[in-house]
Design a protein. Structure first.
Length: 368
């Protein structure tokens, strides 16, 4: 075990687990599974895509075999457009072939799409088996892999089919980011900016002060570890307070309501999730400005930081009626009303469910 690994506890009452962060932590996978009680002969299905598997599956398979586990590898196609029932069927078929039992384990090796699908497949195979998340994108490291939200998309909306299914372990090795396309890294920065807005002013100011946060090759290693740690810790703390999103966990949806509309109407894969969330944060920031909820100086600071990372801040020109229809299909609608997480100041947000269509229309006009 690497003694330099950081350990963040997700202290849920029924399903506690740890987030382990450290260089070369992939090589420690087998040891980490031993630590949480998995035994010799454990049947494991590792799910990944070719782009990630080519770099990292050999390392983790070796670690699993060394620790006397019995792994199999399943390679799926990459991309948000693959996040559907067909992919779940492929995972379930592989689970059947591997004769996975209720005590068996699935491991998600990849970004948010692989993590969401593998988690959902684990939640639904034999009514629920164990899952471990090994995120290899920045977005997945700080958001998707933590908290047990799993699922797939429906033709009418993003993540409409899913389940809460907490992992047994989240293992983060920052070195996997160096094989990540530059566009994917920038997309992940959107979620980090989100944490700054919803709860961590210090993180937001840290990002503002740094000269370069858009090019991974120029980011200080210590800074990279710090922003991953702070973001993962923020997510863990919120999940512990509200595991099933009945209260403060909804704040994690900041930027996502408009973001999901963009992904749905523009076509999955055209905008990366983080790009859509970044645009969604600008949009909801404008909505908050119209209501006088926060100052223009804060809205401008948010927009400048998003632009600094190289993320979009210009609305894609979607028709109002299409936007309103898509919003009504969002999974966060309650009693026919769409909920928006809106900023009050940098570091503080609140939930509103009384936004009128006229306000949304005005918002989109101001963004065009």
């Amino acid at each position: 075990m690497n003694k330099d690994n950081l350990h963040i506890k997700v202290s849920l009452t029924s399903n506690p687990y740890e987030i382990v962060i450290g260089e070369n932590s992939l090589e420690c996978l087998g040891n980490e599974l031993r630590k949480i009680g998995f035994k010799d002969g454990l049947k494991i299905l590792v799910v990944s895509n070719k782009e990630v598997s080519d770099h990292y599956s050999e390392c983790i398979i070796k670690s699993l075999i060394k620790n006397k586990f019995n792994p199999r590898l399943l390679i799926l196609k990459a991309g948000e457009e693959q996040k559907n029932q067909l992919s779940i069927d492929l995972i379930h078929d592989a689970a059947y072939e591997a004769r996975l039992e209720r005590g068996s384990l699935m491991i998600a090796l990849g970004g948010g799409v692989i993590g969401d699908m593998t988690g959902f497949a684990a939640a639904t195979w034999l009514r629920g088996i164990h899952v471990v998340q090994i995120p290899t994108t920045l977005l997945a490291m700080v958001d998707a892999s933590i908290g047990g939200k799993t699922g797939i998309n429906h033709s009418k909306g993003k993540n409409l089919i899913g389940a809460f299914h907490q992992p047994k372990l989240v293992l983060i090795d920052p070195k996997t980011l160096f094989t990540l396309p530059a566009r994917e890294f920038k997309a992940g920065m959107a979620e980090i900016i989100k944490y700054g807005i919803i709860s961590d002013l210090e993180l937001f100011e840290l990002l503002e002060k740094e000269d370069n946060i858009s090019d991974l090759s120029r980011i200080n290693e210590r800074l990279l570890i710090e922003i991953i740690k702070r973001s993962a810790k923020s997510k863990a703390e919120i999940v512990v307070k509200d595991e099933k999103e009945s209260g403060v966990r909804a704040f994690l949806n900041y930027g996502h309501t408009f973001g999901h509309v963009i992904e749905n109407l523009c076509g999955y894969g055209k905008w990366l999730h983080g790009e859509a969330v970044a645009m969604g944060m600008v949009a909801v920031g404008q909505l908050a400005l119209q209501r006088g909820l926060w100052e223009k100086i804060d809205a401008n600071r948010q927009k400048r930081l998003i632009e600094k990372v190289g993320l979009p801040t210009k609305w894609p020109g979607l028709e109002l009626e299409s936007v309103l229809s898509s919003l009504q299909g969002d999974k966060k609608v309650k009693n026919g009303k769409v909920s928006f997480v809106m900023p009050l100041k940098i570091g503080e947000v609140s939930l509103f469910n009384d936004i009128s269509n006229q306000e949304i229309h005005e918002c989109l006009q101001n963004l065009s």
